[in-house]
Write a protein of this length. Structure first.
Length: 285
């Protein structure tokens, strides 16, 4: 697989998003483990997760624990796998999502993630979503302290605007390595953040790169644009979509979600698909 950089770490150009294996509609654990193992077999070395990927209030960190078990039971070498988790988002168990960006909470959440992942330092820790009740500088200050304490190896942010990216980069003393924002053919409004990451050399991780769990089959309503290009290359429209992401900038590392081995195997192949100028013109986005 083609590779890309996140901070000082080289990762496969396509990552795996863990969310569909832990929220509503998730498969049984056996299928999830097979999915994660299929991703590793395909050369994927970035796995994106979060403590908030769970359903019930009593199973916080479901996805982190699942990933830790999948890595422990994988037959091959996992030393180059970067697990990127997040803190600051919560699921109280009624289906909703809430936020808590207070430094005390983020410190506790990080400790709990460290235990679930069974590591001494988290590879990449991302502030999940800004909390309007907490000064952004305070939340990012907590990430800086976690970096300085060696609890996390690298720091990233998610759902951030350009001002927050610049602010986080300053507070972290130039150590911001990634920004994870929603970005797909159906959701292009993070283009300014993507461009800023490209300018600053920060990895940009598009979330819901295929349009989201319930809309990935028809690429968020944009499948028609991708169908002809996909047919010409003899590949799936989703693979074309991920190749389109990769073509945007060398800092882009898409993290398609998966709950089946077949889908992540297909997505991983996007790394080898080079779209032509005609393809890109036909896509028109
Ligand atoms: N930072 C944030 O606030 C935030 C928010 C949302 C998501 N995320 C992260 O971003 C990741 C990706 O987003 P997402 O999971 O919401 O949406 P997505 O990646 O756009 O879509 C996921 C769905 O796409 C299907 N899929 C994947 N590859 C495919 C292929 N090659 N062909 C056909 N279908 C394919 C999967 O189906 P199967 O289930 O059948 O395999 C999966 O359910 C998440 O898993 C999570 O890690 C972050």
């Amino acid at each position: 697989m083609q590779s890309r950089r996140i901070g000082d770490v080289t990762v496969g150009a396509i990552g795996l998003g863990g969310m569909p294996m832990s929220i509503e509609g998730r498969p049984d654990e056996e299928r999830s483990i097979r999915t994660i193992h299929a991703a590793l077999d395909a050369g994927i070395t970035l796995i994106d997760t979060a403590d908030a990927y769970h359903v019930g209030a009593d199973e916080v960190g479901h996805n982190e624990s699942l990933i830790a078990r999948a890595l422990a039971t994988y037959g091959g070498d996992t030393s180059s796998v970067l697990v990127a988790t997040k803190g600051g988002h919560l699921r109280p168990g009624d289906g909703s999502w809430t936020v808590n960006g207070s430094p005390d909470y983020l410190r506790q959440a990080c400790e709990a993630s460290l235990k679930r992942l069974g590591v001494e330092a988290i590879g990449l820790y991302q502030y999940h979503r800004p909390d309007p009740q907490v000064d952004y500088a305070d939340a990012i200050g907590a990430l800086r302290d976690l970096l300085d304490a060696g609890k996390i190896r690298m720091a990233g942010i998610s759902n951030a605007d350009p001002g927050q990216i610049r602010q986080a980069q300053e507070i972290l003393g130039g150590r911001l390595v990634s920004v994870q924002n929603q970005f797909s053919p159906a959701f292009l409004s993070s283009e300014p953040e993507l461009r800023l990451c490209d300018e600053l050399g920060i990895a940009f991780l598009p979330w819901s790169p295929l349009g989201g769990i319930s809309k990935a089959a028809e690429l968020g309503g944009h499948a028609d644009r991708f169908a002809a290009v996909a047919e010409r290359h003899g590949v799936s429209p989703q693979r074309v979509c991920l190749a389109w992401h990769l073509d945007k900038s060398p800092v882009v590392v898409p993290i398609p979600g998966a709950s089946r081995p077949e889908t992540i195997r297909d997505s991983a192949e996007a790394s080898e698909l080079k779209l032509t100028a005609d393809d890109l013109a036909e896509l028109g986005i």
